[in-house]
Design a protein around this ligand. Structure first.
Ligand code: F6P
Length: 564
């Protein structure tokens, strides 16, 4: 299927209508207090259900009729065509000539035979690999799989970076209450030796399994850490007298304590990992879209195949919804289009994601790769320059902690920062402080913050509290600061899958409006190449040092004269 050049959104009728609508709202004066007063049904008109999640868009700087214009923009840029191309395996990652099929990773077993791409029965391949991972994980979970000294595995250590780390690490943290086999996980990503040192310091090599996760199996950080971890394992085992140091005993130890996940299985074998214990995925899974592939093997081991299936079902619920729901009431697409509204019409630069659930504390970091590696581009998929601002800086921290740190700027700063507030009705850790339910105390903050941001506090209200006139201005809240409330039943594997799929599709929606290939990441290459070139200059190669620019050379000189 040929990929058409992107449509310039800024030249579409919908863009002109949105500009007019924006001008009209400015002229009228954006005022959420008034908009709520005059329309008692505003919240119901702007609330949606998708999967088992509830969405309230009513505290955004939109009117119900704005949604029609968003839907019109989606149609004008042919978002429907792009979604179909993604789901059916067209090579929409055209700068790498690849299909983009992360949605196939979560299709049910019953879909086998329904998706043939580049001659491959994609769902069959996915399900066959999952079955192998499930069988392996069951052995580790039951204790049938033993380390080289006959002890069961109690810690899995995932070694990977970027998409081979952030997704499983975030999901491990999010789903901790579901760990049921006495196995915990750790994640080593940084080539900074401090990371590996701290994560292995208190580990028992006899009960530790390393999972080396790398799509390419050539990433400098991951392979360096994997070699270091292998040396640590063998040294520790030998120091304990657990292995005799012969080549055979060392090879056996590696085979019992190392497994791998990669698309490059030949390189895995060369590392010394038994191909039986290597799990593949495919080049049509982008790293940042891969947590639901074999990249999630640490999750399957810790939480079990059943929970992983529920995770996949959550993704699939949102995939099905996104693909099938008309844009006018497709909250997933509408959230992406609303982000475009804030970036391109209101000039917003960043977007806060604020989970009111401590278990989601790595979710904003995960979203940073998903959204910013995907849409941080200045050229479109046909190589021409973009025609508007692109990308948003995603950031956030869990509430209520953020309230006592950076919320000040969101409430009273000069910048418009749209924010997504995420919470769940139930907690796995109910607690009471006297008669007070602590989860309800927590949720009161989730409700209060979006209310304060939307409706603010006027000077009259501040004065009415008896505030001295001189400090009235400092205590005024303008309101009209946009938020979306996302509310779930509980942070289950299913709900987590839904949330990830939601942001994946928000990313595609924005990328399509901007004409971006959201699936390549050429922007990370230059720094990698320069690091390779600079490495010899650092310690000894003066000729290499001499070729550096003056700033880099001065920094390396500083290093050389200060290292111990
Ligand atoms: O450097 C960027 C990147 O390619 C990411 O897109 C990817 O998730 C990460 O590196 C890790 O790559 P790999 O899984 O091949 O080791």
């Amino acid at each position: 299927m040929a990929i058409n050049p992107p449509i310039d959104a800024t030249k579409t009728p919908a863009w002109a209508l949105l500009q007019q609508h924006f001008n009209d709202l400015q002229a009228e004066g954006i005022n959420l207090r008034r908009w709520f007063d005059v329309d008692p049904e505003r919240t119901s008109k702007l609330s949606f259900e998708a999967g088992d999640l509830h969405f309230d868009l009513s505290k955004n700087l939109i009117k119900p009729e704005t949604l029609q214009l968003f839907a019109q923009l989606a149609k004008d840029v042919k978002l429907d065509e792009r979604i179909e191309q993604m789901f059916t395996g067209a090579h929409i990652n055209n700068t790498e000539d690849r299909a983009v099929l992360h949605t196939a990773l979560r299709r049910p077993d019953s879909d086998k035979g329904q998706l043939m791409v580049d001659g491959q029965d994609v769902v069959k391949d996915v399900r066959d690999t999952l079955e192998r991972i499930y069988a392996f994980a069951d052995k580790v979970r039951s204790g049938e799989w033993k380390g080289v000294t006959g002890k069961r595995i109690t810690t899995v250590v995932n070694i990977g970076i970027g998409g081979s780390d952030l997704g499983p690490n975030m999901a491990y943290e999010a789903l901790k209450p579901y760990a049921d086999a006495g196995i915990s996980a750790r994640y080593i990503s940084n080539i900074d030796p401090n990371d590996l040192a701290e994560k292995t310091r208190d580990l028992d090599p006899e009960t530790t399994m390393f999972i080396v996760v790398s799509k390419t199996f050539s990433t400098l950080e991951t392979l360096t850490n994997a070699r270091e971890a292998r040396a640590w394992l063998l040294d520790q085992l030998q120091a304990k007298g657990a292995i005799d140091g012969s080549d055979a005993s060392r090879a056996e130890a590696v085979q019992r304590h190392f497994i791998a996940v990669s698309t490059a299985l030949d390189r895995v074998e060369a590392f010394g990992i038994d191909p039986q214990n290597a799990f593949g995925f495919w080049n049509w899974v982008g790293g940042r879209y891969s947590v639901d592939s074999a990249v999630g093997t640490s999750l399957v081991i810790v939480f079990g195949p059943q929970r992983f299936e529920e995770f996949l079902q959550g993704f699939n619920a949102i995939d099905t919804y996104y693909r099938a729901t008309p844009f006018e009431r497709n909250v997933v697409a509408l959230m992406g289009l609303m982000n475009v509204w804030y970036v391109n019409f209101f000039g917003a630069h960043s977007h806060a994601v604020l989970p009111y659930d401590q278990y989601l504390h790595r979710f904003p970091a995960y979203l940073q790769q998903l959204t910013m590696e995907s849409n941080g581009k200045s050229v479109r998929w046909d190589g021409t320059p973009v025609t508007s601002q692109t990308g948003e800086i995603f950031w956030g921290e869990p509430g209520t902690n953020g309230q006592h740190a950076f919320y000040q700027l969101i409430h009273q700063g000069t910048r418009l920062i749209p924010a997504d507030f995420i919470a769940f009705a139930n907690t796995p850790n109910p607690a009471k402080d006297g008669d007070q339910d602590v989860h309800e105390l927590f949720l009161a903050n989730y409700f209060a913050q979006t209310k304060a941001l939307a409706f603010g506090k006027t000077a009259e209200e501040v004065r009415a509290e008896g505030t001295p006139e001189a400090i009235v201005p400092a205590r005024v809240f303008t309101g009209n600061r946009p938020t979306t409330s996302i509310f779930g039943q509980a942070l289950t594997p299913y709900a987590l899958g839904e949330l990830i799929a939601l942001y994946e599709h928000i990313t595609l929606t924005e990328g399509t409006v901007w004409g971006i290939d959201s699936f390549d990441q050429w922007g990370v290459e230059l720094g990698k190449k320069l690091a390779q070139e600079i490495t010899p200059a650092i310690s000894q190669d003066d000729a290499a040092l001499a070729t550096q620019d003056q700033s880099t050379k001065a920094l390396i000189d500083f290093y050389r004269s200060h290292r111990h």
